[in-house]
Design a protein. Structure first.
Ligand code: BES
Ligand code: MN
Ligand code: ZN
Length: 498
């Protein structure tokens, strides 16, 4: 899909659909009023007749209105004006995108919320349009036989700007939003694939394909022998029960001078988590194909950053493996030596995420990173704590944690700070090794992060537990693409700060 900012002071562009907003009291901003003036005040009349109340998220399609250069006008409710801001705006755009994609319109012009009184800068306003419209157009790659549903007609979206200067910042917002949605779609596709297709080997192949597709990206995929040579005993313990060989995927993007320390993103890439010998209950086991969502999201973020050619250096590390029971599988009570030299007693083979991540964190040190963020569907406890709304955020660095939190707010992909500390680490005490890999049910998300923190000493490190946010169950089961927006916003912010 194509997104373009245009200067359209008369609000009278030729299009298949003009999208305008109306508050619940019938008020419209300047651009919307102009569109309405061309069609004889039809929108205002409809509101006066009480056929459209302007409730936030309501839409009404006006077909072929006389006087308009747009073949359709889509009226979008913005709710009460005094409450209007980023969140209601997002909801209005979402409703507009949904309605628009159901029409036969191949192109549209957005005149939404151009009101200068609204506390939304043009960059953000534009970014939200491209991000949401592109995300709404995403379709799950299904393997259903029979005729495929027709893809949406919509190909091009223009956003009206007041003047050329505003159009320029809006264009940047549109480009960023579209690239974010592209990265999220890449991530969602990977996570939605069945685990017999999306294996560690497959993830490696897709990463190598990214290196071909993108400029300034270099990818290396390490196999079992090389992982052994690195002495990643914790990672290997998880992989040893599976017929599928593990992969350590290392991607480097150089967007600025080589002396600048990179940000390092690490993804948990368990392509299927059966629990291993500590086998999970069958009912929801199928959902554990999403256990590589962290990996998918860091690869998606890399794709976005490289498409935008952001002036940052980025390293992406994915520890990819299956977690399976078998005669060769790791057993509860096995003790392994991690790459850091610290030993771990594996009391529960289902706490495998932290085992692959701890070695990836140690590996990241060779890049002398400015910051390390690991992203993982790590604990069911985090889902209990935060539900599906916010990701868990733990960090040993105040500044980094605040930056990540702020990025989540701006991108509407929020994370909530949770504690790590000695009291949680104490739950991991073992009589036989440096630590156990589990610390009981209480505070499970925090003890998991406390475990990781033992490998992040001296690093500026943060952990995102996305177990609740990476996918949704129920009728619309599938990957959400989170936290690609958060990660990309964080990196855009860093690129700006330079
Ligand atoms: N991949 C799971 C975490 C998970 C659970 C994600 C439910 C999404 C939904 C992880 O590997 C796991 O099994 N964690 C265990 C840890 C426990 C054994 C300490 C858990 O959360 O039950
Ligand atoms: Mn597990
Ligand atoms: Zn897992």
């Amino acid at each position: 899909m194509e997104f373009k900012a245009i200067v359209d002071p008369r609000a009278h562009s030729v299009s298949a659909c003009a999208v305008i907003g109306m508050y619940d009291d019938g008020l419209m901003d300047d651009a919307a009023r102009r569109v309405d003036a061309h069609i004889g005040g039809l929108a205002a009349k409809i509101h006066a007749a009480r056929d459209f109340a302007g409730k936030l998220g309501d839409t009404l399609l006006l077909a072929q209105p006389a006087g308009s250069k747009a073949r359709r006008v889509l009226l979008v409710g913005q709710g009460p004006k005094r409450k209007f801001g980023r969140k209601p705006y997002r909801k209005a755009v979402q409703a507009a995108a949904q309605a628009l994609l159901k029409t036969g319109a191949a192109d549209a012009v957005f005149y939404l919320a151009s009101d200068p009184e609204i506390d939304l800068d043009p960059y953000t306003r534009a970014r939200i349009v491209s991000e949401i419209v592109a995300a709404q157009a995403y379709r799950v790659p299904d393997l259903k036989s029979g005729p495929k549903p027709k893809p949406p007609r919509l190909q091009s979206v223009r956003v009206a700007a007041a003047d050329a200067r505003v159009a320029k910042t809006m264009q940047q917002g549109l480009d960023h939003g579209a690239a974010m949605a592209g990265g999220a779609a890449f991530s969602r596709d990977l996570a939605n694939l069945p685990p017999n297709v999306c294996t560690p080997t497959y993830l490696g192949t897709r990463a190598l394909a990214l290196a071909k597709e993108l400029k300034r990206v270099k990818v290396r995929v390490l196999g079992e022998r090389q992982i052994k040579a690195l002495k990643m005993g914790a990672f290997l313990a998880v992989a040893q029960g599976s017929a599928e060989p593990p992969r350590l995927i290392v991607c480097e993007y150089h967007g600025t001078d080589r002396k600048t320390a990179p940000v390092c993103l690490i993804g948990k890439g368990i392509t299927f988590d059966s629990g291993g010998i500590s086998l999970k209950d069958p009912p929801a086991m199928d959902e554990m194909k999403f256990d590589m969502s962290g990996a998918a999201s860091v690869l998606g973020a890399l794709r976005t950053v490289a498409l935008l050619q952001l002036p940052v250096n980025l390293v992406v590390i994915v520890a990819a493996s299956e977690n399976m029971p078998s005669g060769t599988a790791v057993k509860p009570a096995d003790i392994v030596t991690s790459m850091s030299g610290q030993t771990v007693e594996i009391l529960n083979t289902d706490a495998e995420g932290r085992l692959v991540l701890c070695d990836a964190i140690t590996y990241s040190r060779r890049f002398k990173p400015a910051a390390v963020i690991d992203v993982a569907t790590l604990t069911g406890a985090c889902v209990i704590a935060l539900g599906n709304h916010l990701s868990g955020l733990m960090s040993n660095d105040e500044t980094l944690a605040q930056q990540i939190e702020a990025a989540g707010v701006r991108a509407d992909d929020r994370a909530w700070r949770m504690p790590i500390g000695e009291e949680y680490a104490d739950q991991l005490k073992s009589n036989f090794a440096d630590f156990a890999n589990v610390g009981g049910r209480e505070g499970g998300a925090c003890t998991a992060a406390a475990f990781l923190s033992k490998f992040a000493d001296g690093l500026h490190w943060a952990h995102l537990d996305i177990a609740g946010t990476a996918w949704l169950g129920g009728a619309h089961k599938g990957s959400t693409g989170r936290p690609v927006p958060l990660l990309v916003d964080f990196l855009i912010d860093r690129a700006r700060a330079k």
